[in-house]
Design a protein around this ligand. Structure first.
Ligand code: SF4
Length: 745
């Protein structure tokens, strides 16, 4: 099977954006799979399911012989509203992790010498109940925190939030949304009411204009990039503002290189041009917004000259982009983490929300705001299901007495009205012993948190740490107990994708070894800690979700399966779901978009003589998150074997380094050594390092205290660094010869 997959990968070598299905003859991969071991179609398990890698939410049929996943094949186009017959290399090929030799198939506990040994579920769960229970008894539930998993299903995540509040007695439950789009959620919720995309994916093809910023779409959201490129080929304008000249910029009507950390400046510059030239949508502004005069006044300081001085974007580019947006009948504003992972990410998002509103680009086909979410279920599991310190499921405020009483009644427990810690705050609170124990599910905080040197110290010092995962990942190295969870091909539930569509995830294989679905583990643990949970299936959990969560009021497994997906809000069983938000009114008390002027902010740390370069971080096509799944895929590692740093040719010449040679990157927080990739994709003052590799973890360089004040999102996109040729023995990394393999070259 491995050889066949590698052959198939070779066939799609040229698919820079990774859209594999389009380049393979229909059924080709399945033919390959069939030829392996003479499997016959009728002997295989086949389920239509949803990809577990990114939040685009591609649907396909997954084929398994019960031992391994043999093929992912497009479903009927009408059953896959987001992707049709397209998938990317990850959804298509990356399933070796399921049977990886180091897959966790039994619980692990520490022995008397501090080493891990295998244990029964009974022993492991007893240890967890005792460890967490002891901290709760001595210091109160607030001394415990839970990090939930945006890779897990909605049903799993609903129970993670319930477990934290009901069983542990803490509101400190959060997840990876804190590290990425929580500033989007805060900024959009403040302005429009919902912290989510207003569009349906089809709008990317209906728009006359798409403005993209901070989104390496071809690598991070390949299938969405394909839809955008198709629309551009059909005549739509594409405007790309980004510090890196990423591949999608090749398709752009206009590409503008921006200095990292000052997005609200150029966005306000666009808004200023539009309102000062009376290009805004007067009718929309008058009837559907408040705060226009505040915005108009606030943007006046962002003159073309100032925008150029701060961001590097010349006046003619601001004017041209503003004219293009204003002339479009329908414009989509799309972004990813380049806009949000800042110490003022919420302000960036609010500036973008202002621009969309003053141009009337909301609530109609081809128009709206589209934050492209990252992990497969960060919209649903990471947000909608309420494993959040301040919200119950459906973004219901825990400080609201009536709402809290509803959940106290349903869950038969008292819940504090005080917000808990956000993920980033949990690690800071642990320094003061305000957090003493953690339960981390499907997250790899030892690589993904900002300032991982600090995160490692915290994990090491915790009184009790439980990790629930598929592998003994970097975080689990510090755990007292490790519980084996199973993957999305081994369980049933739902994911909610980036355009709010709830879709089925179906089991095609039995869980490996003694691994179990997260919800089953939580249920056993809750019962061991004195509660009486009695769910027979994830469908039953969704029934409880819909009974308590108005946004999901009409969502059930039965409907989602029968209808191929439901977009929230879906108020009741007769409601068809909601393709586009804000067609009639906004989700605010007055029903209007409440605009607020956004002033000037700068990054928490700016380059200086000591640390003259700005480091940004991000993703590459072939890898996913901290690599726990993709690093176990031989075909993937063939294309993306190691880390790298993009350095501009001028900088490389000054340093005297060439592509493939190691450099040391140093910030005020730490240092790493990585091979250089010399490229003018970045500007001379910037460098870029991906987030996926443990041996040169870029978050050793980022800072755990540079957080957005509204959303507590870290400033991953701006760190001041210096660079020097590596002075150790090796001049190059063993596996790197010349140019580092890339997904988009
Ligand atoms: Fe999976 Fe995302 Fe690739 Fe689609 S684009 S196949 S959802 S990783």
């Amino acid at each position: 099977m491995q050889r066949a997959k590698q052959q198939a990968l070779k066939n799609v070598e040229h698919v820079a954006e990774g859209v594999a299905a389009e380049t393979l003859p229909e059924g080709k991969l399945f033919e390959i799979a069939q030829s392996i071991g003479d499997k016959r179609l009728e002997e295989l398990n086949v389920e239509d399911t949803t990809c577990g890698y990114c939040a685009v939410g591609c649907r396909f049929d997954l084929y398994s012989d019960g031992e391994e996943v043999l093929a992912a094949r497009p479903t009927a186009e009408e059953d896959a509203p987001v992707n049709g017959i397209s998938t990317c290399v990850k959804g298509k090929f990356s399933y070796d992790f399921i049977n990886s030799d180091d897959r966790l198939t039994s619980p692990l506990v520490r022995d008397e010498n501090g080493a891990f040994r295998e244990a029964s579920w009974d022993e492991a769960l007893s240890r967890v109940a005792e460890g967490l229970g002891a901290i709760k008894d001595e210091h109160g539930g607030e001394a415990l925190s839970v990090i939930a998993s945006s890779k897990a299903t909605n049903e799993d995540n609903y129970l993670m939030g319930k477990f934290a509040r009901q069983v542990l007695g803490t509101n400190s439950v959060d997840n990876c949304n804190r590290l990425c789009h929580s500033s989007t959620v805060a900024g959009l919720a403040r302005t429009y009411g919902y912290g989510a995309a207003s569009i349906t994916t089809e709008d990317l093809e209906l728009a006359d204009c798409i403005l993209l910023t901070g989104s390496n779409t071809t690598e991070a959201h390949p299938v969405l990039a394909t839809r955008i490129k198709q629309n551009v080929r059909d005549g739509a304008d594409l405007l790309v503002f980004d510090p890196r000249e990423i591949q999608i910029a090749e398709y752009a009507t206009q590409y503008s290189r921006v200095k990292p950390g000052y997005d609200a400046v150029w966005i306000n510059g666009l808004t200023r041009y539009i309102v000062n030239n009376d290009l805004h949508d007067e009718e929309f502004v008058a009837e559907r917004t408040t705060g226009f005069e505040d915005v108009k006044q606030a943007v006046q300081e962002f003159t073309p000259e100032r925008v150029e001085e701060v961001t590097g974007v010349p006046p003619e580019e601001i004017a041209a982009a503003a004219e293009t947006v204003a002339a479009a009948d329908a414009c989509v504003f799309g972004w990813t983490l380049g806009l949000t992972e800042h110490s003022h990410g919420t302000e960036n998002v609010m500036a973008m929300a202002n621009l969309a509103a003053v141009t009337g680009n909301l609530g109609k086909p081809g128009a709206g705001v589209s934050p492209f979410r990252g992990q497969n279920n960060v919209q649903g599991g990471g947000g909608d299901m309420g494993p959040l310190p301040d919200n119950f499921p459906g973004y219901q405020d825990i400080a609201d007495d009536e709402i809290r009483a509803k959940f106290e009644d349903a869950w038969d427990c008292d819940i504090s009205p005080e917000y808990g810690y956000y993920t980033t705050q949990m690690f800071l609170a642990a320094d003061d012993d305000d957090v003493r124990g953690m339960y981390i599910i499907g997250e790899n905080a030892a690589l993904s948190e900002p300032g991982v040197n600090h995160a490692e110290d915290v994990l090491r010092e915790l009184e009790f740490l439980v990790v629930q995962d598929l592998f003994v990942n970097e975080t689990a190295q510090y755990a007292d107990v490790v519980l084996p969870a199973c993957s999305f091909v081994e369980k049933t539930g739902t994911f909610t994708n980036t355009d709010r569509t709830v879709q089925m995830v179906k089991q095609v294989m039995e869980p490996k070894g003694d691994s179990r679905p997260d919800w089953e583990i939580l249920q056993d643990l809750a019962n061991r800690m004195g509660w009486e949970w009695d769910y027979d299936s994830s469908a039953e959990i969704m029934e409880e979700v819909s009974s308590l969560t108005p946004l999901y009021g009409g969502v059930s497994h039965e409907r989602v399966d029968a209808e191929g997906g439901l977009q929230w809000p879906c108020w009741d069983e007769d409601h068809p779901g909601t393709e586009r938000l804000y067609t009639e009114e906004f989700n605010t008390e007055n029903g209007k978009a409440n605009l607020q002027g956004i002033g000037y902010s700068e990054p928490a740390e700016t380059p200086d003589e000591q640390y003259p370069f700005t480091l940004t971080t991000g993703r590459v096509l072939y890898q996913y998150h901290t690599g726990t799944m993709t690093h176990r895929e031989a075909g993937i590692m063939q294309y993306s074997p190691n880390n790298f740093v993009e350095i501009h040719p001028e900088t490389a010449a000054e340093l005297g380094v060439e592509s493939g040679e190691l450099v040391t990157i140093e910030s005020r927080n730490g240092e790493i050594a990585v091979p250089a990739q010399v490229t003018d994709r970045v500007g001379p003052e910037n460098v870029f390092v991906p987030i996926h590799f443990a041996d040169s973890a870029v978050n050793r360089l980022t800072d755990e205290e540079h957080l957005d004040p509204a959303a507590a999102t870290p400033e991953f996109k701006v760190s001041a660094v210096r660079i020097r040729p590596y002075e150790g023995e090796a001049e190059t990394m063993a596996s790197v010869e010349g140019e580092v393999a890339r997904g988009d070259d």
